[in-house]
Design a protein around this ligand. Structure first.
Ligand code: NAP
Length: 244
């Protein structure tokens, strides 16, 4: 299909911050793929979104820990549009508790990294071919200030006591991916950034967050839609740069 629209894919978008990101991108005229690991949940989410009047959105079954679903997603977007403009690595899990450095099981650590780090890396790597076909390719890695080693070492940081070995270090690793990949693409039209959306009321934290998913999606969408002069290789929140 030939379209002037930009094409975006958001992983883990059937609820929470990802769902709001889909809405806001669609609102800006993007054709958006709503990634969901459960087709049933994806259909429900699509139904909700279409009831709000949004049109150019399709669900894509995508479990970032399952390479075959990634291959299917690449093939689907390739055959339909032959390019991808925006990839948002939003899918994430908190993992089982406890996650103290002294007792976080290796099984739990591996499970968290499978989604939050390896999932984002393999999704990005497989979509590079289609992103290279875009005039303005953008990758947004949805990270967290819990992944900031600077903040984890700062007793004045409001979440200093939240020391989740698995979750926090998976976001540190995701940030490393942002740094390495953006370095590799520094002389191209790619913009690749880590976004710290802020403490948001979603299922991930039993809806204890202080921001709405709608608020948090704004900064993600801002970096997904950067113009040619926008930054790359940054770790950003709505308040500006977050220390690595
Ligand atoms: P959420 O409501 O729990 O949504 C997480 C989404 O990720 C769900 O759609 C979930 O699908 C999906 N997902 C989980 N594992 C997946 C996999 N293997 N493959 C594909 N999708 C998968 O949480 P959220 O707060 O919106 O989180 C979105 C992102 O923001 C995460 O990366 C999270 O770490 C980050 N973040 C959140 C906060 C916060 O305060 N909420 C703060 C900083 C960063 P199912 O519905 O099938 O489980």
């Amino acid at each position: 299909m030939t379209t002037k629209k930009k094409i975006a894919l958001v992983s883990g978008a059937n609820k929470g911050i990802g769902f709001e990101t889909v809405k806001q991108l669609a609102n800006q005229g993007y054709f958006v793929y709503l990634g969901c690991r459960s087709k049933e949940n994806g259909i429900d989410a699509l139904h909700k979104i279409k009831m709000l009047g949004f049109q150019d959105i399709e669900i894509l079954e995508l479990d970032v820990t399952k390479p075959q679903t990634i291959e299917n997603a690449v093939n689907e977007i390739k055959s339909k549009f032959r390019k991808l403009d925006v990839l948002i690595n939003n899918a994430g899990i908190l993992g089982e508790m406890p996650q103290n450095a002294s007792d976080n099981t290796i099984e739990n650590l591996k499970n968290i990294f499978d989604t939050n780090f390896f999932g984002a890396v393999q999704l990005s790597q497989r979509f590079l071919e289609l992103l290279k076909k875009s005039d303005q390719p953008r990758i947004v890695n949805v990270s967290s200030d819990l992944g900031s080693l600077t903040q984890n070492s700062n007793p004045g940081y409001p979440f200093y006591e939240v020391k989740l070995l698995g979750y926090n270090s998976s976001k540190t690793a995701l940030n490393a991916f942002t740094v390495m990949l953006s370095y590799e693409f520094k002389d191209t039209n790619f913009k690749i950034n880590s976004i710290n959306p802020g403490y948001t009321a979603t299922d991930l934290n039993g809806n204890s967050g202080t921001q709405t998913a709608e608020q948090s999606a704004k900064i993600i969408v801002e970096y997904a839609t950067l113009d040619d002069n926008g930054p790359t290789g940054r770790f950003i929140s709505e308040y500006g740069i977050t220390a690595w």
